[in-house]
Design a protein around this ligand. Structure first.
Ligand code: AGV
Ligand code: CA
Length: 313
């Protein structure tokens, strides 16, 4: 069993990632942190608790709420999805919430949960890196106990997804929310596997995938996945700023099933100032990371089905 700590920011694909992590046979999930970046914190914490209650196979886990703040807030329309997800009937059938909220904020919970394990922990982060950056400042020794960080964020191809004033369009949102946090993590010795926009662009949400999930809705986890992805826009006719991709789910599933992705080693750094702040870029003087470059599209969606069906029992 691998220890995994999951820090996410409450989007539809963040919460689906949590659902799938809870089904992975080799994963011992030690903690969950939620940061109010691409979500509102309260419903994202509540939805996390309810997903653990309903799909966590009785494992006892806590959900830690982050008190971190970013420098560039996410669009409100996107952040509101957490309220809808938290209100889905499939997560509210029991009418009670059992999984507790951790006593400490997420960055301190991260330190506690890592240090409490005798062996190393794998980190999966599908939002900004702020909680990890703060944890590294408080207790740099956690790097000895972190096996690897899988992060959804950044891009190297110059095509960002932030459509906001006063930036140059090269940045990915999780990096843009807190560029300095990315720099702090890049300057640490933690091995990083980065899933950026060059690979997530290969796995858009499409009407065909929605239809596939609809046919399988007799499986409760696939029902929740279908209901969740009904809240966000699919790739239909042409790509817009709000088109949804399976960003975080790719990051999470690739950590468990590496065969679905191709990777390469890249020497890289991150800009923290100027109109490209938050941009990850290649440079000979940079630190090595493992970058996901290509996705086995069908293999990826098949693994989602397999994991979700494991929730039936
Ligand atoms: O940049 C991708 C990250 C992922 O962690 N998030 C969404 C995923 O959870 C921000 C984001 C970019 N475009 C978006 C986003 C969109 N169209 N809707 C919602 N969130
Ligand atoms: Ca996210």
């Amino acid at each position: 069993m691998r220890n995994v700590y999951f820090n996410h920011d409450g989007g539809v694909d963040d919460l689906v990632s949590l659902l799938l992590l809870l089904q992975m046979p080799d994963v011992h999930l030690t903690g969950v942190g939620v940061i109010g970046a691409d979500c509102y914190l309260e419903p994202a914490v509540a939805a996390s608790q309810k997903i653990i209650d309903r799909f966590g196979h009785g494992h006892s886990l806590e959900v830690a709420a982050s008190d971190s703040r970013g420098v560039h807030p996410f669009p409100k329309e996107w952040r509101l999805d957490a309220f809808s997800l938290d209100a889905l009937p499939i997560l509210n059938e029991s009418g009670t919430v059992t999984t507790p909220v951790a006593a400490k904020p997420a960055h301190l919970d991260l330190i506690d949960k890592i240090q409490a394990e005798p062996t190393k922990t794998t980190l999966i982060m599908t939002g900004p890196l702020t909680d990890l950056a703060r944890a590294l400042v408080i207790d740099p020794s956690i790097t000895d106990k972190i096996d690897r960080l899988y992060w959804m964020g950044g891009t190297f191809d110059g095509r960002g997804n932030v459509a906001e004033p006063e930036q140059d369009g090269t940045t990915e949102w999780n990096a843009f929310w807190d560029p300095a946090a990315v720099k702090t993590v890049w300057d640490s010795p933690i091995p990083i596997q980065m899933v950026g926009l060059e690979s997530t662009r290969q796995v858009p949400l499409t009407p065909a995938i929605r239809q596939h999930w609809a046919k399988l809705r007799r499986h409760p986890a696939l029902d929740l996945i279908g209901q969740g992805y009904a809240l966000v826009p699919a790739l239909q006719h042409f790509e817009t700023n709000s088109t949804y991709f399976l960003w975080d789910v790719l990051t999470t599933v690739a950590s468990e099933t590496p065969a679905i992705v191709t990777t390469k080693s890249v020497l890289s750094d991150v800009l923290t100032t100027g109109s490209g702040r938050g941009r990850t870029f290649e440079t000979p003087n940079g630190r090595p990371i493992t970058l996901v470059t290509h996705v086995d599209h069908d293999g990826f969606f098949q693994r989602i089905d397999e994991l979700a069906i494991l929730a039936d029992k």
